[in-house]
Design a protein around this ligand. Structure first.
Ligand code: ADP
Length: 476
């Protein structure tokens, strides 16, 4: 059953119960008040008759000392007809509860007589011939006689009034329920609209339309639910895009990997085939063997780099307190002998929390890349300085530079700006990807600033405090 129908049904049941119970008590209260009034009226009438009877008994000249039964009947008949406009119903019984006089149509049973006491009035509701009466009974003292006087008052109209009250109330309730059903249907339809909108949006999302959002039409709890749903949908959409991005990156990676593998392998197979199938002169033999060797070396370097990246991704870092001087000393030692490119080191002493070997690898990669990008006789500068939030390293060159578009791609695995130049330097486009992974482990990020034809600066900051700033060292 639909939620809106449930709301409608619940409210109708509640309204019907409330109206039903309320109406029942209301009509019944009115009825009880009317009945009480009629009973009061009946007992008053009974008192009046008692008084009239006693007076009449006193005024009738009696031949005997006691009141004769015939006299009692005579008084009874007179009292019955003395009513204004309407006939009275009365019954007179003697001390032994034997009926002396009874109006025509008076009930026959004499059960009430046993309830009549001195000074006590008795009454009961009786229903002879489908009509309702209040039957009252009272003791009458006339001369030496003690008699019982009973009366009957027709109260059928009070009961009929109650039945009419119920009928009118039922009709009214039915009308109200029909009208309120229409109103409640509109209200419940309006109340459940946000749910319908949410369901539609959820279905569209399930069908693959991740950009679909539910329209927020209120500021209440349902509105907040819609807001939360949309927020959740945003997060889900972002995550799906990220996953798609990741899958695409992996596919690109596999494609690039296969390509990088295929090129040297084709050459190796080709030269090896040449060596085994033909007799070559000494020089060609050497060149072929050398080609196989260098391509093999390149493959080896590439597989080692790949292994480094994979291991680094799963690596659990255990940083040690390291003096930056030791890192620079490592680079200085490598570039100590005179080379085509002049490497200049300029750094402030400091202490950082890193894994020294990993950071050395990053600095060496960046410096090697900077040297590769520089012309012979060029200069590469490696800086280190204390900053407010950590220690900053920078490797600067005045070489080829990189275009902004390529800057975004060069950290991807196997991406090379100039493939032939990179390959000639034994590169496979994996160095920067490895640097990024290592820096990620240290909570850092590689920033590239470069202008084609002017040069590049690769820098990153190792976060942390407690740096030591002594005099700046400079060395060439
Ligand atoms: P490789 O191992 O082939 O050098 P890297 O991942 O280290 O691969 O570098 C990716 C590409 O980025 C290289 O092919 C190179 O063209 C470019 N590159 C890296 N550093 C620099 C730099 N300082 N100046 C210009 N190009 C650079």
């Amino acid at each position: 059953m639909k939620f809106s129908w449930k709301i409608l049904l619940c409210s109708l049941i509640t309204m019907a119960a409330a109206f039903g119970i309320g109406g029942y008590f209301f009509v019944n209260d009115v009825f009880k008040a009317s009945l009480e009034r009629e009973i009061g009226q009946a007992t008053d009438d009974s008192n009046i008759l008692k008084f009239a009877f006693e007076t009449a008994a006193l005024n009738i000249p009696s031949k005997y000392d006691m009141l004769q039964n015939s006299v009692i009947k005579e008084i009874g008949a007179n009292l019955e007809n003395s009513g204004q406009g309407s006939r009275r119903f009365l019954r007179l019984s003697d001390e032994d509860q034997k009926v002396l006089y009874a109006s025509e149509g008076f009930v026959e049973d004499t059960l009430l007589l046993s309830d009549i006491q001195e000074q006590t009035r008795a009454y009961q509701i009786i229903r002879p011939d489908r009509r309702y009466y209040v039957q009252t009974g009272i003791m009458v003292h006339a001369l030496d006689r003690v008699l019982y006087l009973e009366t009957m008052r027709d109260v059928t109209e009070v009961y009929a009034e109650r039945a009419r009250g119920f009928a009118v109330y039922r009709g009214l309730m039915l009308l109200i329920l029909i009208c309120s059903s229409v109103v409640m249907y509109i209200v419940s339809y309006w109340l459940t609209k946000p749910i319908r909108l949410l369901t539609q949006a959820a279905r569209k999302m399930t069908a693959g339309d991740y950009s679909c959002r539910a329209e927020q039409i209120s500021e209440d709890e349902m509105g907040r639910l819609t807001m939360d749903f949309n927020h959740m949908a945003n997060v889900v959409e972002d995550n799906i895009h990220k996953l798609e991005e990741e899958v695409r990156a992996r596919e690109d990676f596999i494609a690039a990997f296969s390509h990088e593998l295929k090129t040297p392998l084709t050459a190796v197979i080709g030269y090896a085939d040449m060596l085994r199938s033909r007799k070559l002169d000494e020089e060609k033999h050497f060149l072929s063997a050398n080609y196989i060797y260098t391509e093999g070396k390149r493959l080896e370097a590439m597989s080692l780099r790949l292994l480094d990246i994979i291991v680094t991704r799963r690596y659990h870092l255990e940083p040690q307190d390291t003096e930056v001087e030791s890192l620079f000393a490592y680079l200085e030692e490598i570039y100590a002998e005179k080379k085509e490119i002049r490497v200049v080191f300029q750094y402030e002493p400091g202490r950082i929390q890193v894994e020294a070997n990993l950071l050395k690898s990053v600095l060496l990669n960046l410096t090697v890349n900077a040297c590769k990008a520089s012309e012979a006789g060029g200069m590469v500068e490696v800086f280190g300085r204390n900053e407010e939030d950590g220690y900053c390293f920078a490797v600067k060159d005045y070489g080829t530079g990189i275009s902004p578009e390529e800057c975004r791609k060069i950290t991807e695995a196997f991406y090379m700006v100039d493939k032939s130049r990179s390959r000639s330097h034994n590169g496979a486009g994996l160095g920067l990807a490895l640097c990024v992974e290592i820096l990620k482990l240290h909570g850092s990020e590689l920033v590239i600033e470069s202008t084609p034809g002017v040069g590049s600066c690769f820098h990153f900051q190792i976060p942390g405090k407690g740096t030591d700033s002594r005099e700046t060292k400079g060395e060439t």
